[in-house]
Write a protein that binds this ligand. Sequence first.
Ligand code: PEP
Ligand code: MG
Length: 553
Amino acid sequence: MVKGIGVCPGIALGKVLVLQEEELNVEKEEIEDIELEKERFNKAVLRSKEDLEKIKVQVTEELGEDNAEIFQAHLMILQDPELIDSTLKKIETGINAEYAFNEVVNQTIQVFEAIDDEYLRERAADIKDISKRVLKYLLGKEQSDITSLSEEIILVAEDLTPSDTASMDKKRVKGFLTNIGGRTSHTAIMARTLGIPAVVGLNNITENVKSGDIVAFDGETGEVIINPNDEQKKYYEDKKRIYEENKKELKELVGKESITTDGKVVELVGNIGTPSDVEALIDNDAEGVGLFRTEFLYMNRHELPTEEEQYNAYKTVLEAMKNKPVVIRTLDIGGDKNLDYLKFDYEMNPFLGYRAIRLCLDRRDIFCTQLRALLRASIYGKLRIMFPMISSLEELLEAKEILSQVKEELINEGYEISKDIEIGMMIEVPSAAIISDILAKHVDFFSIGTNDLIQYTTAVDRTNEKISHLYSPFNLGVLRLIKMVIDNAHQEGIWVGMCGEMAGDKTLIPILLGMGLDEFSMSPISILPARRLIRSLSLEESEKISCEKLRNA
Ligand code: PEP
Ligand code: MG
């Protein structure tokens, strides 16, 4: 048995697919039957096109047209006469298809890469990507593609990028196992959003298993069995059945209030990354959206999303939530979330660097486009706008001032804007927590981002699995800061939520409830278990538990 960090509960038992970048060895050969070679090449191109068509349809269905655009671009590359005709001409000189194609591809890439133009350099990356698919067909290698899978698998990788998870075949991926990552790394967050059992921080799982092996694992305890024997298989099958039964029981809580035995009602809302995640929230009876991480709209693409694209995404979510509150956070890029097309300079400490509101206040063009889209969409539901990573009053006031200017501009252009948009900010930097009494006078709500608040308060990188034992929400300093924020907010008459992973943790919910937290925002799968727990607790008892904890963790 190996043990990692269980980040999304659920039991998985199945066949492994190791996601690995494989070196393709292309040798030059002389061929005799030129026509046959040309046919072999045309077939490989055709099969690749068919794959891409399938992927495009699938991604469009699951994630919308915008996310599928990249595959249309890839299809166009495969229709490019420069690439195809030049390869066929080379084959006519008597050399094998893979060598001819590889040569043409490499020459094209070299030309593109030499030009100092971001757009063309990205085209080079696309060509590299797509040529791999064609070459694999020519070399008779398996496509290690996760966007379209023919059977159910458990995905094993060093790490998964947000784009891997966004484009993968979600119906057939039954689990994730990765070498790196912690509870709040984005692979973990994505796994919970999708409800796929996952264990991260396994160090060398990619070396310990190979594609085709069987693994059984528990996404809660982090225990992984490689090639289980019959008895172990049976154990995991039973565990899976019990887990599924429990899930069914939870469904009975749909439509019920999140209320303690002594009558305290709290709001249980969910975290999402894309408009399509709303479905899971509705399935799990979320009372709203507590955090829409808009940065996912900016990923998996080659340029910034337009105002219109963003407007449509926000409108979709607001409409789908049918007047339930929706907290949309302005762009929080940087840290461990990068965009290839925004050339970030190298930073020694990206988590302490040019990210989130800092970037938005510097790049007004990006910020204002998003604010315009948000305000325009506001009439379709109950919008709450939230600024991330605020570390001082000045920053908050500047962000609010820009928002007012954008609002005025839109009104002058004749747009209708909702009159009751709540404006809030995240408390995820200790300096903000410390001056929360002052900040509370300028916002309608706070949402505590404990994923970052823990890392900044305890000086423990949230993505570093070597020190994950130090990354603790039970750290007394963290708990006291949270209590201080809640008290300061209530003093000023505003509500406080929490959208960090801590809010969905059943060992912490009683403590947070006792501290007076008003809103708990978590991954969709945690909502019903949290409701069951809250309905079994009394506020009075929870207050005692939290007082005890705050004295001595
Ligand atoms: C947080 O920091 O707690 C948070 C919710 O934001 P993110 O995880 O996106 O940094
Ligand atoms: Mg954060």
